[in-house]
Design a protein around this ligand. Structure first.
Ligand code: CMC
Length: 379
């Protein structure tokens, strides 16, 4: 066995073998099952892309229709899950609510048959179908309203926006949202996917796998960054004139500028490029966002000051501006990321089950040895 040196954050250390997605951080390339994310964003839908990620091939027409039908018919939540959600504090973060709800699915669907393809498919369908309903339900409930039921005549993305805003979305808005989901669906072994893999490797149920990944995605260094970007643009920067001093201050204080930098990408994240284009299309159709010009200037100044260190805009930088225009509240940006990334987590869960070995890494012990037990009165 080759013993590697310790690398903080496991930087550059392969944690698994996978054929699901590929990133070239120097050239800014991302592929799902060998297909570029740009092509999928243009030609596919989120559900078709999810099928591709999970089962490894693009579905035939009838396979996709069946998958869409199954998801459409599993969108509703059991009333006991809705009752459970009614007890959640309205001030709680929606990611915490989502994590609790995802874990609760394991209570209601407790049969575990990890070697049965029908069980795997049912779990995939259930999670992809119900997570958007949970996110939308929490949003309405925390405002004191009953959640509204999904509509079978609306596709995945239009239905989510409908359940969230109680208004049928414009088809262009629903299309943009669907592209956002496609862009966020998968990204190799990031922190939440690693978390999903570790949990999956114990052969627990898929609801626990997704719940652990949701908890990991919530942090500000991972999925939570999209929310922080808006807070930064609105509250900490506020005007174009403040951009340069803000960046200089962050550099001096060694503070992270949210929405920039990536462990793998050393150029602009390809998803950020597409999201910026989507933001511009939305502003053209539905009106400007006053913070877009600040964002563009911020990207310019960060590139000027930190580009030499390979720090460029990541996926979280422009996504918040897109979501805002679609009427999604800021603290739902990360839950929306989770809706999408559920596809990637499930693809990795299924792949892990195919050749499972429990994760049990080692450590480098930095403590002392042979210490005496000191009685309480002598400490
Ligand atoms: N702003 C300013 N400096 C930065 C930033 C940033 N956003 N990101 C990295 N750096 C600097 C960092 O200070 C360090 O400098 P030095 O070598 O002089 O000490 C160097 O770049 C390496 O940074 P690191 O923190 O060791 O890099 P990492 O690979 O461990 O972290 C990261 C990657 C994404 C956590 C980090 O870039 C970061 O915290 N970015 C801000 C939060 C963010 O936008 N997260 C979203 C990530 S992409 C989507 C996702 O995962 O959900």
């Amino acid at each position: 066995m080759t013993v590697c040196e310790y690398r903080a954050g496991l930087e550059g250390i392969p944690a698994t073998q996978s054929s699901i997605s590929f990133v070239d951080g120097q050239r800014g390339l991302l592929e799902y099952r060998g297909i570029s994310v740009e092509e999928l964003a243009e030609k596919s839908t989120f559900l078709e892309t999810s099928y591709l990620l999970i089962w490894g091939e693009l579905p035939k027409k009838e396979e996709l229709e069946l998958f869409e039908y199954e998801i459409c018919h599993h969108r509703r939540l059991k009333y006991r899950i809705r009752d459970m959600m009614k007890c959640f504090p309205e001030g709680g973060h929606p990611m915490d609510a989502l994590q609790a709800c995802a874990a609760a699915l394991g209570l209601f669907y407790s049969r575990r048959a990890l070697d049965d393809p029908a069980y795997i498919r049912a779990a995939v369908v259930r999670l992809l179908a119900k997570i958007p309903t949970m996110v939308a339900a929490f949003q309405l409930m925390r405002k004191g309203n009953d959640p509204i039921q999904p509509r079978d005549d609306l596709d995945y993305s239009a239905n989510f926006l409908y359940m969230l805003t109680e208004t049928e979305p414009d088809p262009f808005a629903a299309h943009v949202f669907d592209v956002c989901l496609t862009l966020h669906a998968e990204h190799t072994i990031n922190a939440s996917t690693f978390s999903a893999l570790v949990t999956a490797s114990t052969l627990t149920d898929p609801y626990a796998v997704v719940a652990s990944a949701v908890g990991t995605l919530a942090g500000p260094l991972h999925g939570g960054a999209n929310e922080e970007v808006i807070t930064m643009l609105e509250d900490e920067i506020g005007t174009i004139e403040n951009v340069r001093p803000y960046v200089e201050h962050c550099i001096e204080k060694k503070a992270k500028i949210m929405g920039f930098g990536h462990r793998v990408y050393k150029v602009k994240d390809p998803r950020a490029t597409i999201l910026q284009q989507l933001a511009e299309q939305l502003f053209e159709k539905y009106g400007e966002d006053q913070f877009y010009d600040i964002a563009v200037e911020l990207e310019r100044v960060v590139q000027e000051k930190l580009g030499h260190k390979g720090i460029y805009a990541n996926v979280d930088f422009y996504s918040g501006l897109v979501y805002r225009k679609l009427g999604i509240p800021t603290d739902l940006f990360t839950p929306v990321f989770a809706i999408s990334r559920t596809a990637g987590w499930l693809a990795h869960w299924k792949e892990q089950l195919g050749e499972n070995r429990i994760f049990r890494p080692t450590q480098i012990y930095t403590g002392t040895h042979g210490n005496p037990y000191i009685p309480m009165e002598k400490r």
